[in-house]
Ligand binder design. Structure first.
Ligand SMILES: [Zn+2]
Length: 210
């Protein structure tokens, strides 16, 4: 295979406007921007890896809380009902809506958890100064590819819309799982912004070769 990572630097394309740039070393704490549109191409930071792994672990814990704690409590005409996301998924598990129930479980529970696990697996050893784990690259690639399919954020928007409708019919109380979900969405957004993909791949490569 032809090695392009010589002194001249590899070519990297701006993710927004596709202009090609030669990669040059950037000191920690500074940013390399696209010369046409100003998009940040890479921004090496001191403790980015640690932050990403910490956030991934936090997100996994919140995820479990968000699934099993009561999500909503409804009061209507003396009737009270509370349910968790887990209950909601199970509620359709024994009928014609089983495929829907499986799809919901996969997209809002299984896939996000798999992504968090993959990121932690790929980066955690490097945080502690070890060489990357055996299949760190495929794990990282899996996390990248499944990103558009992890839909916890969409779920929370859907819930918010449904709440506005239901609020007129019943007295709705938000359970701890709702807040866990909200925190989870914020952390996911923060983590995706923190993650400088190019730096991660570069670090993986450097540690692998050293
Ligand atoms: Zn650009």
């Amino acid at each position: 295979m032809h090695d392009t990572s010589g002194a001249a630097g590899r070519l990297i394309a701006c993710p927004v406007c596709d202009v090609l740039h030669r990669e040059t070393p950037v000191p920690v704490g500074q940013k390399a921007r696209c010369r046409r549109c100003g998009t940040v191409l890479y921004a090496p930071r001191e403790s980015a890896m640690t932050q990403i792994v910490m956030l991934a672990v936090t997100a996994a814990i919140l995820m479990v809380a968000a699934i099993f704690f009561p999500f909503l409590e409804l009061d209507a005409g003396g009737l009270n009902s509370r349910s968790s996301v887990f209950d909601a998924v199970l509620a359709f598990a024994s009928g014609p809506l089983l495929p829907l129930s499986l799809a919901v479980a996969a997209l809002i529970v299984v896939l996000p958890l798999v992504r968090l696990a993959a990121v932690t697996y790929a980066l955690a050893p490097m945080v502690f100064g070890f060489a990357p784990a055996a299949h760190a690259e495929p794990a990282m690639r899996l996390a990248e590819r499944t990103r558009p399919w992890a839909m916890a954020e969409i779920f929370i928007v859907g819930v918010a819309v449904a709440l506005v409708k239901v609020a007129g019919l019943a007295h709705v109380t938000l359970g701890p799982a709702f807040w866990a979900f909200l925190a989870l969405v914020l952390i996911t957004v923060l983590n995706d912004n923190l993650m400088c993909r190019l730096t991660i791949w570069k670090t993986l490569e450097d540690r692998r070769n050293s």
